[in-house]
Write a protein that binds this ligand. Structure first.
Ligand SMILES: *[C@@H]1O[C@H](CO)[C@@H](O)[C@H](O)[C@H]1NC(C)=O
Ligand SMILES: *[C@@H]1O[C@H](CO)[C@@H](O)[C@H](O)[C@H]1NC(C)=O
Ligand SMILES: *[C@@H]1O[C@H](CO)[C@@H](O)[C@H](O)[C@H]1NC(C)=O
Ligand SMILES: *[C@@H]1O[C@H](CO)[C@@H](O)[C@H](O)[C@H]1NC(C)=O
Ligand SMILES: *[C@@H]1O[C@H](CO)[C@@H](O)[C@H](O)[C@H]1NC(C)=O
Ligand SMILES: *[C@@H]1O[C@H](CO)[C@@H](O)[C@H](O)[C@H]1NC(C)=O
Ligand SMILES: *[C@@H]1O[C@H](CO)[C@@H](O)[C@H](O)[C@H]1NC(C)=O
Ligand SMILES: *[C@@H]1O[C@H](CO)[C@@H](O)[C@H](O)[C@H]1NC(C)=O
Ligand SMILES: [Zn+2]
Length: 721
């Protein structure tokens, strides 16, 4: 999973790699968009909710003790991508026990692992500080002392042994580097030191590389922790909810806005004899190393009084959370960093687990997936809160199967491997199942960090949103986190009804980019909740049971929610889409694009083609919704069959055959990860990219092509004359 991002459009959605929420960006977005967001007003919810018998069976099946058991299993062994086939087999067996068919799908992919890593500060007076690239062992946290701990590293980093002056670059966006260049600071050959905030970590490394820098260090800053810091008087984990100062955020630094999956087989499925390309196109050529906040302090302190000040930089996220640090850029003459990093890379097998219940209409398929691999022995939130939920979900559907129930549509579960290296398990599976998926998939539902705190979040396609929101109204929210009777009330409090577009933060990416309806759901912490130790040894069972979700009550609520979502999409006679809402969402994305255009070098660009295409989409959406309503009222199965096929297919129209410019495996013209962001999404991304490149001709072309994609979707929706 990747942390959250924040660019122009952003937010709740990046949940999956995510977990670092930028609250200011969220609120900016909420206030910009509330006016045209149909979910913005909090609805009155019936309490207690009324459930059907089947809904009650599913909901009552969730057991917090079982969830705790599954969580315990997943969080007590090394399960980094490619490391643990036994865990895959165990998962398959659990699903079989519940009544699913289940098997493993193996893919050979490119993996990287460090052989050696060290980082040393050499001050002008000759004194040195050797960074401790490991986390403290805590008596209260059993998995922090495992002998086979996974080192703190950046997957896909390059090797290198660099000794150079270093420069603090704030969040490390293109604009941050520009500020330094404008101030006359020489970047070439130096080491960049970025904080972890805002954009995806690989984007920071790419920007450093593009500016000729020789290495990159990325550190955790307390500004990511909201109110819950030691400076604000909170004890650090394990004694309290603040961040343990030794915690280190691992993660991939692949260029995630350019590709997903195995970097040696970009665009095709990996198999033992498939051709393999050159990874250097997609991964950094400079070394990078993650650092704890404790180890960042001496490096930041040594820059004090040199370069530009944080005030001069005047960039969001530049001035961090240590009140005694100035966050001056440096370089400081004679203050050097030596980073010595040796990475190995090779092809290794990874194992997805696939579970199936055949439906009575096998040409319609609904999928739920979650990755299984974790950066650390634990992984209690990322991703195994989702993995524990998936087993309970399988058991809940098993109760229906035991009563002789068969779903209308085929249900497929996916437990993906190697998500953390770059969505490898899910991407290779999708690539090896196209075009079957294109012709059958109704929706893909993603869980990654199902629970890292109490604040419910989701992002997803327009047609699916209304229904997903409605299911939340049926789920009771646990006590102890404020006065929120239902999950819906908690979600609305967190998001103010705003639902983000999908970027590429988790395993939904390959499905969504091929035009399949997707959602990504979960729950994380806000500014005042216990700090989640994302991608650190302290994302552990011990942390989860003390701070994240004592009693596994939030796990229960999220599991109940996704079970109802899955059940209705799989079994309702009419696929529960809200097409008029899909049109409203397109309209909102267009206003967002319009704002980008107004502020760009081409403020007079003509967006009429998109306006007209969306108007046509809206017309067909309204029409098919009324046809569906009438057919439902009259029990007209033949018409419902036609409508369902169109609901399943229309979003394929959004996938551009040749892909987005410069990144062919991203195809969805409606949203894709922002190029200089990596987690969060840009809307109408090909248009936005062309604007950012200053290419007016390409911009005009992509307005046309994007409008055609919207018209294709509208045409698929058309019923009757
Ligand atoms: C695989 O995971 C299980 C469960 O966490 C653990 O017991 C086992 O030791 C792990 N296997 C390896 C090879 O680390
Ligand atoms: C890395 O560079 C440093 C300084 O030049 C040197 O002392 C050290 O031996 C080098 N490390 C390796 C593994 O070559
Ligand atoms: C700054 O504050 C931190 C704790 O908040 C402390 O550990 C550190 O020693 C202080 N000073 C410097 C120069 O890092
Ligand atoms: C800082 O940047 C903001 C816009 O990002 C601008 O409005 C403001 O004037 C700038 N402040 C200074 C002191 O340059
Ligand atoms: C499910 O359907 C597939 C494809 O039609 C078939 O091969 C498989 O045997 C079926 N499984 C069961 C348990 O009926
Ligand atoms: C969220 O809940 C808090 C605490 O109950 C309340 O103070 C706040 O006004 C609520 N915010 C929204 C947007 O509902
Ligand atoms: C499950 O919930 C019950 C009731 O709240 C609680 O007493 C128990 O400790 C929970 N079990 C686990 C394993 O968290
Ligand atoms: C685009 O922005 C301009 C200037 O703010 C506004 O006049 C126009 O109505 C907007 N168009 C759309 C489709 O939002
Ligand atoms: Zn994850």
């Amino acid at each position: 999973m990747m942390p959250r991002l924040l660019t122009s459009v952003l937010l709740l959605g990046a949940l999956a790699y995510a977990c670092q929420r930028d609250w200011d960006a969220l609120h900016r977005r909420i206030h910009q968009h509330a006016a045209h967001n149909k979910h913005a007003k909090r609805a009155t919810v019936e309490y207690p909710p009324t459930l059907t018998d089947t809904e009650s069976i599913l909901i009552n099946s969730f057991d917090n003790k079982s969830l705790s058991d599954w969580s315990y299993y997943y969080t007590h062994g090394d399960h980094l991508g490619s490391h643990n086939k036994t865990m895959a087999e165990w998962t398959a067996q659990k699903w079989r026990d519940a009544g699913f068919d289940a098997w493993l799908a193996e893919y050979p992919i490119w993996v990287t692992y460090p052989e050696h890593s060290s980082l040393k500060l050499i001050r002008p007076d000759g004194t040195t500080h050797e960074a401790n690239l490991v986390e403290d062992v805590l008596e209260e946290d059993d998995t922090s002392s495992y002998p086979n701990l996974i080192p703190a590293y950046h997957a896909m980093s390059a090797s290198g042994n660099v000794t150079a002056e270093y420069i603090y670059v704030g969040r490390g966006t293109q604009a941050d580097f520009q500020v330094l260049k404008d101030a006359g600071i020489e970047l070439e050959g130096k080491i960049a030191m970025a904080n972890y905030g805002g954009v995806y970590r690989g984007t920071k490394v790419k920007n450093a590389q593009d500016n000729g820098m020789a290495g990159c260090v990325i550190f955790t800053d307390p500004q990511d922790d909201g109110e819950i810091t030691e400076e604000n008087g909170h004890d650090a984990y394990p004694n309290g909810p603040a961040r343990n100062p030794s915690s280190i955020q691992r993660g991939s630094v692949r260029f995630s806005s350019l590709y997903s999956g195995d970097p040696t087989t970009v665009g095709w499925a990996s198999s033992p004899d498939s051709p393999r390309g050159d990874v250097s196109l997609y991964n950094p050529s400079i070394p990078s190393i993650p650092l704890s906040m404790k180890d960042a302090l001496p490096l930041l302190a040594a820059l004090e009084g040199h370069g530009i000040t944080a005030k001069e930089a005047n960039r969001s996220g530049w001035s961090g959370g240590f009140s005694n640090i100035t966050y001056d850029s440096g370089p400081a003459p004679g203050a050097l960093v030596n980073m010595d990093h040796l990475m190995n890379g090779w092809i290794a097998p990874v194992w997805d687990v696939i579970g199936v219940i055949n439906g009575t209409s096998p040409d319609e398929v609904v999928m739920v997936g979650n990755h299984r691999d974790a950066w650390v022995i634990g992984g209690a939130a990322d991703p195994n809160s989702g993995s524990a939920v998936l087993i309970e979900l399988a058991n809940a559907f098993g109760k229906l199967l035991a009563k002789g129930w068969k779903p209308r549509r085929t249900i497929i579960l996916g437990s993906w491997d190697a998500e953390e290296f770059g969505l490898q398990g899910s991407t290779e599976w999708v690539e090896s199942h196209l075009p079957w998926l294109t012709s059958t998939a109704v929706a893909y539902l993603n869980l990654d960090v199902a629970v890292s705190g109490p604040r419910t979040a989701f992002s997803g396609s327009g047609e699916i949103q209304t229904f997903v929101v409605d299911q939340m109204k049926k789920i009771l929210f646990p006590e102890g986190w404020g006065d929120f009777p239902t999950l819906y009330d908690m979600w609305h409090n967190t998001s103010e009804g705003e639902i983000s577009p999908l970027g590429s933060g988790s395993d939904y990416a390959s499905f969504y980019q091929n035009g399949i309806a997707c959602i990504d759901i979960g729950s994380d912490g806000g500014k005042e909740d216990a700090v989640y130790h994302y991608h650190s040894n302290y994302d552990s069972y011990a942390w989860m049971t003390r701070f994240g979700d004592p009693g596994f009550k939030i796990h229960t609520a999220i599991g109940q929610w996704i079970s109802l979502i899955l059940y209705h999409i799989a079994d309702d006679e009419l696929i529960p889409w809200d097409l008029p809402n899909a049109a409203t969402v397109l309209q909102a994305y267009l206003s967002e694009l319009n704002e980008t255009i107004v502020e760009s070098d081409f403020p007079d660009l003509d967006i009429t083609p998109l306006e007209e295409a969306i108007a046509e989409f809206e017309k067909q959406a309204e029409h098919i919704a009324s046809v569906a309503q009438t057919a439902t009222a009259f029990g007209d199965d033949i018409t419902l069959g036609v409508v369902n096929a169109k609901y399943k297919d229309f979003s394929r129209g959004f996938a551009s055959v040749g892909g987005l410019p410069g990144r062919e495996t991203f195809k969805n013209v409606i949203s894709a990860p922002g190029i200089d962001n990596g987690y969060g999404a840009d809307v109408f991304p090909a248009v936005t990219d062309s604007i950012n490149k200053g290419d007016e001709e390409a911009t005009v072309q992509w307005i046309e092509k994007s409008a055609k994609a919207v018209l294709r979707a509208a045409e698929i929706l058309r019923v009757g004359s």
